[in-house]
Design a protein around this ligand. Structure first.
Ligand SMILES: [Zn+2]
Ligand SMILES: [Zn+2]
Length: 246
């Protein structure tokens, strides 16, 4: 049976920073005793435990899109638990040649009191491929101008996956579409309105940038309210649903 590209990523949450009811937006891939985590916001540790996602994990790989706390707020507990309770190997996947970003992640782990020998940094190219996710690539995006922020591109047997939990531009998504003949799924943040100076992406701008035929396989996330879901569906998009909310 061909792999359904929309079932590769499992979601722990799909909320925006101030919508804890939906959990911090984060996704994972679990294969055997290996776990790949995309972002690690405030609710992630609790949902990993509650959903038994951690059970039996021996290798934890974490990719962080940026350091707003709804994307890294439970990184300390997650790394400490994985290392000292699960005795797992913990890798922080870091974009290559982004020393300033790696330094801020290191500082953050230090503030959280995580010993340096509890984890190691690795470029994604060093990751042994998962059956579903063959590779992961960081792409710089424009979200909060005071921070270094990334989107992710994942290559899978079902085609490419683009993932951007926080961004205010469609440029990287458009470049991804142009460079991929097969697209498994697109995961994008959305904001209801176009507010001047906002660091988020209004739905109207996403609609304008995205070919109509790709809307069904474009899943919106980082939702600020239940109205976001209604607007997204009205416009023909799909909406992320977290496993523990469905
Ligand atoms: Zn966010
Ligand atoms: Zn953010």
């Amino acid at each position: 049976m061909p792999l359904d590209g929309t079932s590769i990523l499992h979601f722990l949450g799909c909320g925006a920073a101030f919508n804890p009811a939906l959990g911090s937006t984060a996704a994972y891939v679990r294969e055997g005793d290996r776990l790949l985590l995309l972002d690690c916001g405030e609710s992630v540790f609790e949902r990993l435990l509650r959903g038994h996602v951690f059970d039996g994990v021996r290798e934890l790989n974490i990719a962080l899109s940026h350091l707003h706390s709804d994307h890294c707020g439970s990184l300390g507990s997650t790394v400490l638990y994985a290392r000292f309770s699960l005795h797992a190997e913990v890798r922080l996947l870091m974009p290559p040649k982004e020393e300033a970003y790696a330094a801020s992640v290191r500082t953050l782990l230090g503030f959280y009191g995580v010993p340096e020998d509890a984890w190691r940094m690795m470029v994604p190219a060093g990751l042994q491929p998962f059956e579903t996710v063959r590779s992961l690539r960081y792409v710089r995006t424009d979200h909060d101008p005071r921070m270094i922020c990334f989107s992710f591109e994942l290559e899978t047997p079902a085609g490419g996956i683009f993932y951007s939990a926080d961004t205010r531009t469609t440029a990287q998504m458009e470049a991804f579409i142009a460079s991929h003949s097969r697209i498994a799924a697109i995961y994008m943040e959305m904001a209801e309105q176009d507010t001047p100076g906002s660091i988020h992406l209004p739905l109207a701008r996403l609609q304008a940038a995205l070919p109509k035929e790709l809307r069904k396989k474009t899943f919106l996330m980082h939702l600020a309210s239940s109205r976001c879901e209604d607007l997204a569906r009205e416009a023909g998009f799909s909406v992320v649903r977290a496993e523990q909310d469905s």
